[in-house]
Design a protein around this ligand. Sequence first.
Ligand code: ZN
Length: 328
Amino acid sequence: MRWRGQRQSDNIEDRRGQRRGFGFPFPGRGMRFPSSGGGGGARRGGGIGIIGILIILGLMLFFGIDPSVLLKGQAPGPGGGTGFPDIQLPKQRPDATNFPAPGRQAQIERPQSTGDDDLKSFIAVVLATTEDTWTQTFRQLGARYREPKLVLFSGYVRSACGTGMSAMGPFYCPGDEKVYVDLDFYRELKNRFKAPGDFAQAYVVAHEVGHHVQKLLGIAEKVEVAKRRMSRSGGNALQVRMELQADCFAGVWANQMQEQGLIEAGDIDEALRAASAIGDDRIQKQTQGYVVPDSFTHGSSEQRARWFRKGFQAGRLQSCDTFNAETL
Ligand SMILES: [Zn+2]
């Protein structure tokens, strides 16, 4: 990926200095929506008074939970969360098909150094490109894109969804709208999962940002609501569609990278290798008792590659309707 000299995002939180001791695992908390699930406590607690609320907020801060998840409430999706069959992507724009054909390649410019600071700069550029892509896409839909934060961490990290750890890979927390990335995972991706390359790393960020887009569009909440009424296997099947859509959204982003001449030969293959590597069961096994990571249920490598390609070739949000697709 030709990234040097491109804009770097300001939405990076570097928490790599905060190691063990600050981390506080929340066993069994799971990947929930704190604002819709646990958030009712504060609203129902009319009898506890201001002091009680302040104590609760203090405790939340102490344990590293973002109190705003209680205060601001869940962003309502259009239609008020009526469940799975309602999940729809925004209507197609008449001129939305006017994307350039794939094939143009840019000049090759690989990172010169593999140091962490270099990697941080690279991730800041990738995040900035996702901001540009989705700001533009949302604007075309008449909506405003709210940029997520990206937290770099090492070891353990606290999020509104519970505690994340390095071994489980990157994840997105809808409760605080942050993407969590451990740079050690990128080394794993390269050495253990045999998915090297800067575009593999970029894809990981783009996929997580795809989950953020799902939250903003109200899709994530509808899926959460629907999953509560389902069996475990039904919920997993729904989660697969969710993951494949995030892959497709990453493909839409990649299309924009191509349009801007930032993609070089081999980049797409790097992304596809990463797509299949992150779903590895070995990652999942290491996460018992912690926040359910993004690697939980992803669909097959073939499915992931297909939906990434679909988004890449179409360059349109509307091509990513995994929820109403008959075959995945
Ligand atoms: Zn995912």
